[in-house]
Design a protein around this ligand. Structure first.
Ligand code: BJW
Ligand code: ZN
Length: 247
């Protein structure tokens, strides 16, 4: 870590802020992370369930996993980390929020524009005709839900080996390249291409701040590593930015 400039000076001087979030920002809301030790589904690695081969081999198992997660997401609320980012967007001149999360909690907290890299768990997509629908309308009840065209429905998320939505990936890389301050929050930074965004930002000249409860693969290149829960650190960082900015 470099600490070339104090955090206050960096916040004061930033003109264009981009943020990448991962499952850790929703952890304090009660949504389990992917690579944590807890949880009913921890016996499965995400790589084993979140891919098309797994779905084709056992669609009931994969659907059960998504249905279980949708029920959790339905019952939880955004936390102070989500709210701080939503307010930050409203007050900053240039602010881009990129998320790997599929839970929609940023939107529920009031973020207006969210670049969703891995889709949204609240939507379904037909494997045959590509039509999308809301998960509230059609969901898993022991039997794989079908489309009106006769095709199988799947959650509208991005699985391993699948390409990310083109518009989202373009916007995300543009936001990384133009940022002078880049925050990587609550992500293990091991899933690509999302994990390359902080690296791209840094090599394009941005200062990189990482917020995580643990060290990650990204920590060695972060200019500042703020260790702790994002629901506590983000509101403090946002308040600090507000204070130094208004002066
Ligand atoms: C807290 C906290 C608190 C806890 N406060 N922090 C280049 C190099 C190597 C491999 C590849 C590469 N390019 C592509 C690949 C293959 C692959 C990949 O990256 N594999 C790696 C595992 C090596 N990538 C892909 O396949 C991607 N597609 C692609 O590249 O297409 C082009 C292509 C096509 C064909 C062939 C080759 C290339 C697609 C990736 C899709 C990922 N999908 C998932 C599932 C989404 C649907 C669903 O939700 O079910 O996305 S996997 C899962 O991981 C999910 C997440 O978005 C993603 C990232 O996880 P995240 O958010 O970082 O969560 P965790 O759990 O890992 O970490 C949580 C963190 O929070 C931890 O660090 C905690 O410490 C922290 N934390 N509490 C702050 N309170
Ligand atoms: Zn269909």
């Amino acid at each position: 870590m470099h600490h070339t400039e104090s955090l206050c000076a960096l916040l004061r001087d930033s003109r264009s802020i981009s943020v990448l979030t991962g499952a850790g920002v929703s952890a304090e809301s009660g949504v389990p992370t992917f690579r944590g030790k807890e949880g009913l589904w921890s016996k499965f690695k995400p790589e084993e369930l979140a891919n098309l081969q797994a779905f084709m081999a056992n669609p009931e198992l994969v659907w059960e996993w998504y249905e279980y997660r949708r029920r959790i997401i339905d019952q939880v609320q955004p936390n102070p980390g989500h709210y701080a980012l939503a307010q930050w967007e409203k007050e900053a001149g240039s602010f881009h929020l990129i998320t790997q999360n599929v839970d929609g909690l940023h939107q529920r907290a009031g973020s207006g524009k969210v670049i969703e890299l891995h889709g949204n768990i609240l939507h379904n997509r037909c494997l045959r005709c590509g039509n999308t629908s809301q998960s509230r309308e059609v969901h898993f009840e022991g039997k794989v839900p079908g489309c009106s065209c006769g095709g199988m429905l799947r959650p509208d998320v991005v699985w391993f080996g699948e390409t990310l939505p083109e518009k989202a990936i373009e916007e995300a890389f543009a936001a990384a390249e133009t940022a002078d301050l880049f925050l990587s929050v609550g992500t293990s930074a091991i899933v690509y291409p999302a994990a390359s965004l902080p690296q791209v930002a840094k090599s394009s000249g941005a200062v990189l701040i990482e917020i995580n409860v643990e060290h990650t693969a990204l920590t060695p290149i972060a200019d500042h590593f703020l260790q702790g829960p994002s629901g506590e650190i983000l509101p403090v960082l946002f308040e600090k930015w507000r204070t130094v900015r208004i002066g």
